[in-house]
Each structure stands twice: as C-alpha cells, then as structure tokens.
Design a protein around this ligand. Structure first.
Ligand code: SER
Length: 328
C-alpha cells in the first residue's frame, strides 16, 4: 500500500452538523460530488446533503466503521467534524471525551495504518481558560480550559501534533471562534446565541439571550470558516511550522453591539438577557485572538466584518422566512 499523496477522495465525519453540512457542500463543489463522502451518526441528513453525493453512517468511536468507509471509497483525506460542543459537553462530559478524543484518535490511527494523505480536525477558542490572556490571545500561551470540551480540544491538538512528529501523519487543525451561519443551526454550544439572535430577529423581532449583554467573544461568518478550512487543507505541508492549533480570528463583538447592528435593519428588534450556565463558559474564553501565525504560515485572511455578515444573514433568513421555511 503506497502512501496517498494528494486530496482526491474525502470523508467528512459529523457532516450533518452546523459546519460539516456546509463544508461538505463546498468540498463537493470543488472536488466533485462523488469524491466527498458525507458521514453522519444518528441525525438524519437534509435532502441537499443526502442527494448531492454519497452518504454513510459512521460513529467515529467505532474504528471499524471508519475503516469500512475508507476502504470502500478509497479515502485519502478525513475531515473530522464530529464533536460534542461546550454546553452539552458539561452535561455529559464522559461522552464528550469519548466522541471528541476517541473519535479523533481513531481517525488518526486509520490515517497512520492506511497511509492516508491528511486528517483535519478543528480545535476551538475553548482551549483557553485560566491564566491565559483573554484579549488578543496569542498563539502560544497557557492552555488550561475549564470545560470538558476545552480539555478535549487541547488534548486533540496535542494528539494531532504527536501524530505528525511520531508517525509522520499529516494532521492539521484550527481554533475556530464561534461560527455564525444561515443554513444549519448549531447545537450544544455556548456561541449559539450569535446564530439564534438572527433567526429570532426575523421570526419574532425579539430574542432572549442566554449570556449577558457585555459578553464579547471572537466570531466568524461561515463563508470565511469554509474558506479558511479549505485553505489550510490545501496548504503545502512543508511550509507549516504549526499543525493542529492555528489561532483563527475574524471579528469580535459584544451582544449589545450585535443587537445594535441587527437593529439597523430591523428597528423594532429587542434583545433581553437571562444568563444561564453558559455564561460561565463564555467568561472563560477570549474576547479576541491574535491569528498572525495563520496569516503568515498559510495566508489566512477573512473577508467579512459584522456589518457584512449581518446584512447577508438577514437577507438569507428573510428570504427563507418569506418562503415559509425559515428552519429548513
Ligand atoms: N462554538 C463552540 C461552542 O460554543 C466553541 O468552539 O461550544
């Protein structure tokens, strides 16, 4: 078996999720629909995902299920988007560890054993917590997260770097901020409020936010997330000094600023605040990150700011609402 040397046949695990669903479609556009296998576990794929290319059920905690798909489709690249996010991870921490870490090591092991070309697995702003500077957080600083999700993301970054160093597996990852998008709703995360606020602004002209108005977190619009992820996938491995842990910044705003931005388009919009357990998680994360290393090593350069994102989100959601299918 010869080592695979290029991206041809891609497996996207967690493809039914918020990012996976749009990333799969973007990869199908670029690499050919039949060459991108979407994999889900339990949640049914939407019609677009299911009908536009191959779909398989894969539980990443079961290595033989990954092996089976890799063999049948001659996979060379695994994009592991399967994960339990921060809020749900606090409810079921053991399961969060199982999916996020045992799932990842299974992907890395398959890549090692079958000599695949690449594994990409996202990390998150959740890697930070105690003792890290939370404003313009640098690439290299203390990683002491306070959530199980954060623990798994730190361990995941270290695992990727270990597989690069020890086994020569090409493993890559980026620390996503909160991702805002209009296609698939997020589930179980702390940054989910920044998506729901748009849906509720369109639907009810009001939103009850589960974090305080002064909560400021790094965020990114989906088109930038897709572009950055694909750019990192396609970057020349030999030019990368970092591998599993690139800081990735875009915009940063408080909920007050986000609500005011929406109000420019929907003047009646009102946001109220009833913080719950997710506040503590949000407070442990940075307000902004320094992504100069990603900019230098593989040319990261996001396009959207808050104004551009709000306009695009509201246009898309309003159109769907008018067609009677805001939620798909
Ligand atoms: N969006 C994630 C969450 O809120 C952070 O990576 O859990």
């Amino acid at each position: 078996m010869a080592k695979k040397t290029q991206i041809k046949n891609i497996l996207v695990t967690g493809s039914v999720g918020q990012i996976g669903s749009e990333l799969t479609m973007a990869l199908r556009d670029k690499y050919g629909a039949d060459n991108v296998v979407a994999a889900g576990n339990r949640t049914a794929p939407n019609e677009e995902l299911k009908n536009s290319g191959p779909f398989e059920w894969v539980d990443v905690t079961q290595i033989m299920q990954i092996v089976d798909v890799v063999r049948r489709y001659d996979i060379d690249t695994i994009i592991n988007m399967s994960a339990l996010l921060s809020a749900v991870g606090e409810r079921i921490p053991q399961k969060c560890w199982d999916v996020n870490i045992n799932g990842l090591i299974n992907c890395l092991e398959v890549a090692r054993l079958f000599e695949l070309y690449q594994v990409l697995c996202p990390s998150s702003i959740a890697v930070w917590g105690d003792y890290a500077p939370l404003d313009n957080t640098p690439q290299e600083t203390v990683l002491k997260p306070t959530t199980m999700y954060g623990v798994t993301k730190v361990a995941g970054e270290l695992l990727c770097d270990y597989y690069v160093r020890r086994f020569g597996v090409d493993a890559r990852g980026l620390r996503y901020p909160g991702i805002i998008s209009a296609e698939t709703l997020p589930g179980g995360g702390t940054t989910d409020y920044a998506v729901w606020i748009y849906y509720k602004a369109i639907e009810e002209k009001k939103y009850e936010c589960f974090v305080r108005e002064d909560t400021r977190l790094p965020m990114m619009y989906m088109p930038d997330c897709l572009k950055g992820t694909i750019d990192l996938m396609e970057a020349d491995f030999s030019t990368l000094k970092h591998h599993g842990d690139f800081n990735m910044g875009s915009m940063s705003f408080s909920v007050t600023e986000l609500a005011a931005n929406i109000k420019k388009h929907i003047p009646e919009f009102e946001c109220t605040y009833v913080p719950d357990a997710r506040q503590k998680i949000a407070d442990s994360w940075p307000s902004s990150v320094d992504d100069s290393v990603a900019r230098e090593e593989w040319g990261w350069n996001p396009a959207y700011d808050l104004d551009g994102m709000t306009k695009d989100m509201l246009d898309k959601l309003q159109k769907r609402h008018d067609e009677g299918k805001l939620y798909g």
